[in-house]
Ligand binder design. Structure first.
Ligand SMILES: Cc1cc2nc3c(=O)[nH]c(=O)nc-3n(C[C@H](O)[C@H](O)[C@H](O)COP(=O)(O)OP(=O)(O)OC[C@H]3O[C@@H](n4cnc5c(N)ncnc54)[C@H](O)[C@@H]3O)c2cc1C
Length: 495
């Protein structure tokens, strides 16, 4: 049997492409190497607890906002169990001994910060106008006009840190508005204003947690694909993309079974996709060299704290802690040290009163775990366990310096490193957010949905912006290669 489209990987991007294209009548097959579907949208079980891997909150999910519209078109919006974060403070930024709140709604965001920085009110206003300009590149109105996204290259060429410092006068406030830069792997002399604004604008519009696990998104998308006659298979690792001189012919699964397809979409990191693809004359070495030379963002060390029952109150907001002098992760000056972290509580019910699972995220480069690079999950040895234990202790010390002591409430601890992400999602060196978009050379970091093989396409977080919003936007762009931009944009916009 020959599929119309084989999709490699069941991350959000792969499943969304599967859902869109199966809805539109294509015979699709999604292949996932792991037993769990969802990539970073999977939830794993430890005892009676469900732990989320790569999503802590998602923005723009209110009625009439873009993510809500995308999910409505995909047929899953009304199936999701969500908890809206506190409108007065969905994020708390702890900076130089004080706490600053990010409030929902552009006006309220300005009003809240202006209470602590009254002289900056107008500048804050200008700043949120800039965020909105970027957010509006992907508005529902634009979709209805038949355009998925208005071109925003000038924001890709703009430094996030510089635009902030040109818009806002007070140096502390400049840092505070960049206080959630960990969300996008923020690096002062690289990060684009496009990425900063897409993500921040979306959360300012509205910010939600998934109740009882992000896996519900993956589960619902799989239902859509299957209901439309598509196939979704787990434990099906693509070990080779088979080509001849005319294009891709299909894939080898688990090294033994050939599956034929007229087209292939890879949801896997582009560098890994090229490793899987047979050498052929259509893919020039220059293309391979360019893709392989692109640097990736840092990884994340995640500490999952299972809390004692009814011991710690549930916080309906995220906390970002910053030490030293910068909110941007400063690897040169503090290698291996925790200088920034985010604390997020999972919502177990729509009205959770007590914290059951608390996650702490902090940047970690692969070199910190490089000595275990050849090991496999669950078999990394005692030294690795001790390394993770020491890192966790250091993080507890760091957050205690900010007046937060979680340890007395903790029942048990699980941790993951960039090695875990490398082995589960196949991102090079366990990078959290994939290819870095550097404002200094945006064209270089820009990876198209099209490859040099006419019928091999890419999707996922490496192409445009990462995260739920960026990946969904990219899935729509990838699918427009088959369906036409105007047709698909109007369908999504009028859903
Ligand atoms: C710690 C962390 C926290 C984050 N927090 C947030 C957040 O709060 N909000 C937000 O919006 N975003 C967040 N993100 C980012 C977000 O999770 C990702 O951008 C997004 O989920 C990536 O989706 P994807 O489809 O591109 O790829 P992935 O989720 O990486 O999926 C790729 C899939 O391909 C599969 N695969 C790989 N190789 C093969 C193969 N050879 N054969 C078959 N299958 C294969 C993998 O197993 C995986 O399932 C976070 C990321 C991390 C790491």
């Amino acid at each position: 049997m020959e599929y119309d489209i084989i999709i490699i990987g069941s991350g959000l991007g792969g499943l969304e492409c599967g859902a869109i294209l199966s809805k539109e009548g294509y015979n699709v097959c999604v292949l996932e190497k792991n037993s769990n579907f969802g990539g970073c949208f999977q939830t794993y079980q430890r005892g009676s607890h469900r732990l989320d891997t790569g999503i802590h909150y998602v923005g723009s999910l209110d009625d009439g906002q873009i993510m809500n519209q995308y999910f409505k078109y995909l047929g899953i919006m009304d199936k999701l169990k969500l908890r809206k974060l506190d409108e007065e403070a969905f994020d708390q930024i702890h900076y130089h001994g004080k706490v600053y709140n990010f409030a929902m709604g552009h006006e309220r965001f300005v009003d809240t910060l202006a209470q602590q920085f009254p002289a900056e009110r107008q500048n804050l206003q200008r700043y949120v106008e800039k965020l909105k300009e970027v957010g509006d590149l992907i508005s529902i109105e634009t979709l209805r006009q038949g355009v998925i996204a208005t071109e925003g290259m000038r924001y890709f060429c703009t430094s996030a840190a510089r635009l902030i410092s040109e818009t806002i006068g007070n140096p502390d406030l400049q840092d505070i508005v960049a206080g959630s830069a960990l969300l996008y792997g923020g690096i002062r002399d690289m990060s684009t204003f496009y990425g900063h604004a897409m993500i921040n604008n979306s959360y300012i519009e509205s910010a939600y947690r998934f109740v009882d696990g992000t896996i519900q998104v993956s589960d619902e998308l799989i239902k859509v694909i299957r209901a439309n006659g598509g196939t979704v298979l787990n434990n099906a690792e693509v070990t080779r993309i088979v080509t001849d001189d005319t294009g891709a012919k299909g894939v080898m699964v688990n090294g033994e079974e050939f599956m034929a397809a007229r087209n292939i979409i890879s949801n896997v990191h582009p560098q890994r996709t090229l490793e899987l693809t047979d050498k052929c004359r259509l893919i020039k070495n220059a293309y391979i060299t360019r893709i392989n030379s692109l640097p990736n963002t840092y990884g994340i060390f995640s500490v999952y704290l299972i809390m004692k029952p009814k011991s710690l109150k549930y916080n309906n907001f995220n906390v970002y802690l910053h030490g030293y002098n910068s909110v941007w992760y400063d690897r040169q000056n503090y290698p291996g040290h925790t200088t920034n972290c985010m604390i997020s509580m999972q919502a177990h019910t729509v009205d959770s009163e007590w914290a059951e699972v608390v996650t702490i995220l902090t940047p970690m480069y692969f070199e910190e775990v490089a000595e275990w690079a050849d090991s496999k999950p669950e078999h990394r040895g005692e030294r690795y366990r001790l390394f993770k234990e020491a890192k966790t202790r250091q993080i507890f010390d760091f957050i205690r310096q900010h007046g937060i002591d979680l340890e007395p409430h903790v029942e048990s601890i699980y941790t993951t490193t960039p090695l875990s992400y490398r082995d589960y999602t196949a991102t090079p060196e366990g990078s959290a957010y994939g290819i870095i978009k550097d404002y200094k050379c945006p064209q270089v970091g820009f990876v198209s949905t099209r490859t040099k093989l006419g019928n091999l396409y890419l999707t996922g977080q490496n192409l445009n912006v990462h995260g739920a919003l960026g990946v969904t936007l990219t899935a729509i762009i990838t699918c427009s290669e088959f369906l036409g931009q105007e047709y698909l944009a109007k369908k999504v916009g009028n859903a």
